[in-house]
Design a binder for this molecule. Sequence first.
Ligand SMILES: [Zn+2]
Length: 286
Amino acid sequence: MKVLISADMEGTAGIVDRAHTAIPDRGPLYGIQNNAAEYDWARRLMTEEVNAAAAGAFEGGAKDVWITDAHGSMRNLLPLALHREARYVSGSPKTLCMLEGLDETVGAVLFTGYHGSAGTPASVLAHTYIGIIQDVRLNGVAMGEYGINAAVAGHFNVPVALVSGDNTVVTQVHKLLGPDVVGVEVKRGLGTYAAVHLHPEKAREAIRAGAAEAVRRAPRLRPYRVSLPVRLEVDIVGPDLADLAGLLPGVVRVGPRSVAYDGSDVLTMFRAWRAMLNVMMTRTAV
Ligand SMILES: [Zn+2]
């Protein structure tokens, strides 16, 4: 079985702040400066949790493990420190974004370092792709990154088999995808920027055991298949940004701060979503 690990950063044990997760050359975009030392240890914690997931996946029977760097500019993991039998996918932009490397031959997707959806209280560094997004719904169902990405995996008929992160993302994934997805809680959120953590080594042990179990369970897990056409609705912080999203072909304004897009299939919807995010990030109009 080929297994794809989608490795985000915010849900890693020990991490609670943007000073930990902002790649230093992009830090000033988020009002963060001089965070190189904190980012450096945070990326090492992320790398070791991903390695634990890879080791567990092999123990569970995976023959091929791909690791997709799924945070920010997608160049966080330390290549030389990664599990040497795994393939590493990095850089951006890529068509499948947080799931690049996914195809019909993958038997399970594992989410590591994931976080709750935008607006979730006491959820560490909760957001949905970028900070200007307040809520996302697919066919009326609210979800975070985990849900959008699960739908993309479902397009390829691939189930999500594991999520690791704080207590809130584990709860949200179980609610959306069902209780059989292995959930590994490595910290409990006390606020957006505060948590109680497992020791990183304990977190890795739990992730390794969870990934092995997830790969064993994968053949009987159901992929998350949304009905088609799929309606994407997005609530955005301000009407000025909704104006920009509304410039894209097929995107309609459905509220002061909300737009919608009907996709004939999940990948078309996902492209529209990514295009929306990127056009809004310009914050300029011509
Ligand atoms: Zn994320």
